[in-house]
Design a protein around this ligand. Structure first.
Ligand SMILES: NC(=O)c1ccc[n+]([C@@H]2O[C@H](COP(=O)([O-])OP(=O)(O)OC[C@H]3O[C@@H](n4cnc5c(N)ncnc54)[C@H](O)[C@@H]3O)[C@@H](O)[C@H]2O)c1
Length: 306
């Protein structure tokens, strides 16, 4: 059986669907703080699926009975919230992860596959694209807590022999991302434009990100079950796209001259980032979506077609 923490969230629910499709037994633990139970509509009636409403800071060894692998997706994911309330971010992202690891060492769970953040842990890059050897120097409490959790996971491997894979995601986008949330610029922009509102660019719009489709992130997670072990892997595309370019792509996709509003740049966010994904590609990872195609897929989902 596989346990997915945060399995009713954007990425966790997509992993859940893929694992059930591959005939795994799946159990989700989620406190529904940002996740939505509707994200599990495809899973809920599957006989191999179980949902537990619970918090990663409280659960215990009993919840790990029969579990072999944990996908750890639950987290406080909002960079701005981590700046305004670093204690809460630390509690969920670090103490929550330690609670999982403490319970793992008392149980038979063999492996943890952790959703780390390549977009946040490297900080402002010294070179691009960043490979896994790039120094880690986060500039937000969120980046610091995601990195600290990675370190604890490696320490539990060294100390107790728990296997791990730290997957360092780039900026993930795709169906189910909350368009009203604080993170997920593609979902937020598309939703505003469809609502005939102007997308808001924080800063000058020249800041770049590496946008990876959620279905490619799911593939990386499936690969991590048997093909990756005890190491850190970037998961992205290696391609930098600026916020302004996103607006151009949206204009093109909707055949509309989309104009943005500008607002003051936000604290804790890096200026440029892209991830070198050669390492995981050597193990068979093939990102399948280019950005235009992926954004079209999100539009179809928003229009209720996907
Ligand atoms: N979305 C991205 O671009 C991105 C990039 C890098 C890393 N990540 C990481 O991927 C993971 C999933 O992110 P997402 O984008 O799907 O966000 P999300 O908010 O949709 O998913 C997080 C899930 O965790 C749950 N959760 C939060 N705190 C919890 C707690 N204390 N106990 C139990 N459940 C809790 C939420 O209810 C939600 O379902 C996170 O660990 C995030 O840091 C995401």
């Amino acid at each position: 059986m596989i346990l997915i923490t945060g399995g009713s969230g954007f990425i966790g629910s997509s992993i859940t669907d893929a694992l059930l499709k591959a005939d795994y037994e799946v159990k989700v633990i989620d406190n529904l703080s940002t996740g939505r139970i509707e994200n599990l509509d495809n899973a809920i009636n599957n006989k191999n699926f179980k949902f537990i409403k619970g918090d990663i800071r409280n659960f215990n060894a009993h919840d790990l009975e029969d579990v072999e692998v944990i996908f750890h997706e639950a987290a406080q994911i909002d960079v701005r919230k981590s700046v305004s309330d670093p204690g809460y971010d630390l509690d969920v992202n670090v103490a929550g992860t330690i609670n999982i690891l403490e319970n793992m060492r008392k149980s038979d769970v063999k492996k943890i596959i952790y959703a780390s953040s390549g977009g946040a842990i490297y900080g402002n890059p010294g070179y691009l694209p960043c490979n896994e050897k790039h120094p880690t120097d986060p500039i937000s409490p969120y980046g610091a807590s995601k990195l600290a959790a990675e370190k604890y996971i490696r320490i539990y491997h060294e100390t107790y022999g728990i296997d791990y894979v730290n997957l360092r995601y780039a900026n993930v986008y795709g169906p189910r991302q909350d368009p009203l949330g604080e993170a997920g610029v593609i979902a937020i922009f598309l939703n505003r434009v469809l609502d005939n509102k102007k997308p808001v660019i924080f800063g000058n719009g020249k800041q770049t990100r590496d946008y990876v489709h959620v279905y490619d992130v799911v593939e990386a997670n499936l690969l991590a079950i048997n093909k990756l072990n005890n190491d850190n892997f970037n998961v992205g595309t290696g391609i930098e796209t600026s916020v302004k370019e996103l607006i151009e792509i949206i204009s093109e996709l909707l055949n509309k001259d989309v104009k943005a509003e500008y607002a003051e740049e936000r604290k804790g966010e890096v200026q440029r980032i892209a991830l070198d994904v050669s390492k995981i590609k050597n193990f068979g990872f093939k990102p399948g979506y280019d950005l235009r195609e992926g954004m079209r897929n999100v539009l179809e989902w928003m229009n209720g077609k996907a």
